[in-house]
Design a protein around this ligand. Sequence first.
Ligand SMILES: *[C@@H]1O[C@H](CO)[C@@H](O)[C@H](O)[C@H]1NC(C)=O
Ligand SMILES: *[C@@H]1O[C@H](CO)[C@@H](O)[C@H](O)[C@H]1NC(C)=O
Length: 295
Amino acid sequence: RLPSGSRVGSLSSCPDWLCLSPALQKDLDSKLFGQHLAKKVILNAVSGFLSNPKPKKPLTLSLHGWTGTGKNFVSKIIAENIYEGGLNSDYVHLFVATLHFPHASNITQYKDQLQQWIRGNVSACARSIFIFDEMDKMHVGLIDAIKPFLDYYDVVDEVSYQKAIFIFLSNAGAERITDVALDFWRSGRQREEIKLKDMEPALSVSVFNNKNSGFWHSSLIARNLIDYFVPFLPLEYKHLKMCIRVEMQARGYEVDEDIINRVAEEMTFFPKEERVFSDKGCKTVFTKLDYYLDD
Ligand SMILES: *[C@@H]1O[C@H](CO)[C@@H](O)[C@H](O)[C@H]1NC(C)=O
Ligand SMILES: *[C@@H]1O[C@H](CO)[C@@H](O)[C@H](O)[C@H]1NC(C)=O
């Protein structure tokens, strides 16, 4: 067990509790761009939860936004800040809907399997992390299999799930998020003025009512078991440049503003007339960067 308040790099063992606020903040500040809402919610929720030795329920975060806005990236940062090896740690479990649960006809089998996996892994480490990617491609009803684990129970069949973290990633609700961001942009307001309350209620409702969200009429939402709906805003030109700059530095190249501009200019933006937001976020800038760095 770590001494109170200390933080000594990521762990190769399962902690009882953990203080990671400064390290997580540093990572989010230096690597995640254009996401003031997500940054704040994630930092407070995750570090608050981990430092609590006796949480009443597991932490459940549902991250929403278009591809390339940083949802997977943030999950990776969280995992790396807690466990050595990050996503490859024995205590971090990533489920990709189309990979792990492809066939609608096998849903009963998937439900059993998922419950067994979560039970087995939480028994081994109470602070296990479960990440569900592509929630929007998850078959209707499947995610409800994990409901008993997310509730305010001290134990379920002799196992306590209260220290686990569940993170759900999805594109569902991204249109709603974009609408709000675009409204702010059109009325000349700073995107940093967007508040969680401008997004969160509409987001949970639209996800609940969307057949392709993985959460359609889900008891997880009906029973308020999701702690935070975290919006990831669409990225602007200047954010792409930040992603590219950091990537160049990470690869050991000298920052070259000319290359940064050329890569950013290759990306496509929407809406058609105003061209404000990148339609792939920062997702493909790195492969485009390869092309210029190889020259
Ligand atoms: C999964 O579904 C396929 C096709 O529906 C079926 O043939 C197979 O037996 C199922 N697997 C199990 C283990 O139930
Ligand atoms: C833990 O989860 C993984 C899937 O990520 C699964 O393959 C493994 O069997 C689980 N472990 C236990 C002990 O259930």
